[in-house]
Design a protein around this ligand. Structure first.
Ligand code: ADP
Length: 489
């Protein structure tokens, strides 16, 4: 379908790289808008201004936002994110919703008043638009924090001419986090009780932010076709499968890309030595440099990397269960991750048990992540579910071969190595079963050790893949036009 790339798009996200990041959402919120700008659209991004955001920014405007029976001041600030495309320098406007009361805290999420904090974001975004004189065709909402924007537009703002032609698209980056809070929080909308019905936002007696997005958005999508199907089943639907099935005609899947400028082994300043598909043997020098940096013996054994939020979703219990089996191989294992203390201490203990083979870093460290992507030979991602997954895509970009479970975006981006056909870009297992994972690991290590030429071909194949945003961004354009067409009907 031909699409005109002249839309005005507001992209709303609770996290945007490099300002604030806990996971893949932040990467998408930075690189998809950049690509859309590059295609000719007028795109602006808006996010809360958390305490850790220290970038230069300028004051734009301020106004009161009514929250229940009081008013809180919203200050809008603006910065321009510089980015490069095809050696050309461009700028992405980023607005920050600043509230000392709600966002001047050390972290991003997990505060007692998160419902109030993100209702404030949603209301402030809607109020901001006429004040900054930006009238988007599309408001692109992302994950639960922004779901109520779709509701606010539909239940309230669309009756005003300024807003009446705007369409919404709601992207599910992870259905597990829905933002469910006690009914009491609806008072912060100042819209009465009418929004709290089973057809609207009520969810087992609670208010559900994600449901507000799923019910009211013109178009819904998630970050792989496979996950868009999975979430319509009881197994993956997180109790929202009924609603998702009801909206199946408006529900799409678009696999994420990554920024080919930021994640570029031939130019990345964070890695030890740059390389590309023609100089892939240089990758080994990155491995030796990584081993030195993380305190493991410098030698040519396979290095297996794992970079992840440490949560149940990521299949880490299987890794812990099978760890002694993994260690039977002459390999090194490096983990960078933050999250559930159970996993943090579990992996730290393994580092003590295998000091010459295991390195564990429980911190958020983007430069170290790049050196692990570049210096590892294989990347383990045995997720229980995975909407898209960026870890495996970044590793492929750095010629690091993923070992994954066939779920969601992992199933869509990694194909199993097939010796007969000389095809595939990784090692894939189907069942969420530690023994199955172990078989995939064994296969990978065997190819690495016994068939170095085959492994080298795998690396080169990975380095030649294209996971840039070009194609997925084109698909987003199609969805935006679909949302606008729907609105006109
Ligand atoms: P999710 O969004 O579920 O966290 P993804 O694989 O989609 O998982 O995206 C994770 C992103 O966060 C990747 O860019 C990964 O490199 C990065 N990341 C995760 N944990 C860390 C960490 N501890 N330090 C640096 N980067 C991290």
């Amino acid at each position: 379908m031909p699409t005109k790339n002249n839309l005005k798009i507001l992209f709303v996200s609770a996290e945007v790289s490099p300002y604030a990041k806990t996971g893949g959402l932040a990467d998408v919120a930075n690189s998809l808008p950049q690509t859309l700008i590059d295609m000719g659209n007028d795109v602006r991004v808006v996010m809360p201004r958390y305490k850790m955001i220290r970038s230069d920014m300028s004051y734009v405007t301020d106004f009161p936002v009514t929250m229940d029976y009081w008013e809180d001041t919203c200050i809008v600030r603006e910065t321009e994110m510089q980015f490069k495309t095809n050696k050309e320098s461009k700028k992405l406007p980023v607005y920050f919703i600043d509230s000392y009361h709600y966002y001047n805290r050390d972290g991003i999420y997990c505060y007692m008043d998160d419902a109030e904090r993100f209702i404030f974001l949603c209301k402030a975004v809607m109020e901001m638009l006429p004040k900054i004189n930006f009238q988007p065709d599309i408001i692109h909402c992302n994950d639960w924090h922004t779901g109520p924007i779709c509701m606010l537009l539909s239940e309230h703002y669309k009756k005003f001419p300024f807003y009446s032609n705007m369409a919404t698209i709601f992207t599910i980056h992870n259905l597990e986090y829905q933002g469910t809070f006690s009914k009491d929080v609806i008072r912060f909308f100042n819209m009465g009780e009418g929004i709290f019905t089973p057809e609207k936002t009520e969810f087992y007696g609670m208010f559900n932010f994600m449901k507000a997005g799923l019910v009211y958005a013109d178009i819904i999508n998630t970050v792989s076709v496979q996950y868009s199907k999975e979430i319509q089943t009881v197994e993956y639907g997180e109790k929202l499968e009924g609603l998702l099935k009801k909206r199946t005609k408006d529900l799409f899947g678009i696999v994420n890309g990554i920024s080919y400028e930021e994640f570029n082994p031939s130019e990345d300043p964070r890695i030890f030595k740059n390389y590309d598909c023609k100089s892939s043997p240089v990758k080994k020098e990155n491995k030796y440099a990584l081993q030195q940096e993380i305190g493991l013996p410098k030698k040519d054994v396979p290095v297996m990397g794992l970079i992840s939020r440490l949560t149940g979703q990521k299949g880490l219990n299987m890794v812990l269960d099978e760890f002694s089996e993994i260690m039977k191989h002459d390999l090194q294992f490096v983990l960078l991750g933050l999250g559930d203390p159970f996993y943090e201490s579990g992996f730290k203990d393994l580092m003590k048990k295998y000091p010459d083979k295991v390195a564990v870093f429980t911190e958020f460290n983007a430069p170290l992540a790049q050196r692990i992507y570049a210096g590892s030979d294989m990347f383990l991602m045995p997720s229980r579910f995975e909407p898209c997954g960026l870890g495996q895509i970044i590793s492929l970009r750095y010629g690091t071969i993923p070992i994954v479970r066939a779920t969601g975006g992992l199933a869509e981006t990694v194909t199993d190595y097939n010796a007969d056909k000389e095809s595939g870009n990784g090692f894939v297992f189907e069942k969420f079963d530690p023994k199955e994972m172990m078989k995939a690991i064994n296969r990978a290590v065997n190819v690495y050790k016994k068939e170095p030429d085959v492994w080298q071909k795998l690396v080169e194949r990975a380095l030649n893949l294209d996971f840039s945003w070009n194609k997925p961004a084109q698909k987003y354009m199609e969805l935006y036009h679909l949302a606008l067409d729907k609105k006109k009907k």
